[in-house]
Design a protein around this ligand. Structure first.
Ligand SMILES: C[S@@+](CC[C@H](N)C(=O)[O-])C[C@H]1O[C@@H](n2cnc3c(N)ncnc32)[C@H](O)[C@@H]1O
Length: 220
């Protein structure tokens, strides 16, 4: 895969509920690209932060076995309605990943809920439902989710995390770099792909897909 991926910002899609997709949804073409590169038909494709279900919908269409968690019940209903197998999306909290009886996972593609370092009292990992947000704890909890996820991965599995560096009030939160550094303690960082959007997105400085693989048991 090329290190820089040219992408079109997709036009709004009326079949996707606005409140679930504005600024949060990556294009299906991006998922297609990674699934073609890293998976085969029949592989289990997991998204712990399913959102509007882009990863799962594309995985199902490409003959992979989708599985997702999502903390927001309305989004779960929405995603279930987009899938031929509505049981592929489960209401759940990724922080309690171990409780859902996951099968061996061959591939993960996800985008976590974002957080800026400053002026962000809402907690992303409660779906912004509580105001106990703390940037360092958020990174720790996110890392713990991927540590747990690592136990469910097959040996060949890749984990692709879409994350951007964020601008807010003239301050940049290097979220993508912080996530790369932090997740590298529990997964093996392979590379970053730069997403080259065809128009400026004013709340990010750059957007990435970070690619990880499992750390072999002997090297942990
Ligand atoms: C950035 S969106 C994912 C967007 C998705 N990639 C798409 O294309 O639609 C992040 C999602 O994570 C969900 N979420 C937040 N905290 C969660 C948690 N602890 N467990 C599971 N899902 C969570 C949010 O409700 C939100 O739908």
């Amino acid at each position: 895969m090329r290190p820089v991926l040219p992408l079109h910002v997709p036009p709004p899609r009326p079949e996707l509920a606005d409140e679930f997709t504005d600024g949060e949804c990556y294009p299906e073409a991006l998922v297609e690209c990674f699934l073609a590169e890293y998976t085969r038909p029949g592989d289990v494709v997991f998204d712990p932060f399913a959102g509007s279900g882009t990863t799962l919908v594309v995985a199902e269409r490409m003959g992979r076995r989708p599985l997702g968690l999502e903390i927001d019940p309305d989004r779960v209903d929405f995603v279930a309605g987009r899938l031929a197998d509505p049981t592929a999306i489960r209401l759940g909290d990724a922080r309690r990943l171990d409780e859902y009886g996951l099968p061996p996972v061959d591939f993960v593609m996800t985008s976590p809920p974002y957080m800026t370092r400053l002026n962000h009292p809402e907690n992303p990992l409660t779906g912004y439902a509580t105001r106990d947000g703390d940037y360092e704890r958020y990174l720790e909890e996110l890392t713990d989710i991927f540590r747990r996820l690592g136990r469910h991965l097959t040996a060949k599995a890749r984990v692709v995390v879409n994350v951007a560096n964020l601008t807010y009030n003239d301050t940049v939160t290097p979220l993508a770099f912080d996530v790369a550094r932090s997740l590298s303690t529990v997964l093996r960082f392979e590379r970053e792909i730069v997403l080259d959007w065809d128009r400026t997105i004013d709340w990010i400085t750059n957007d990435y897909c970070l690619v990880f693989s499992t750390i072999p048991a002997g090297a942990r």
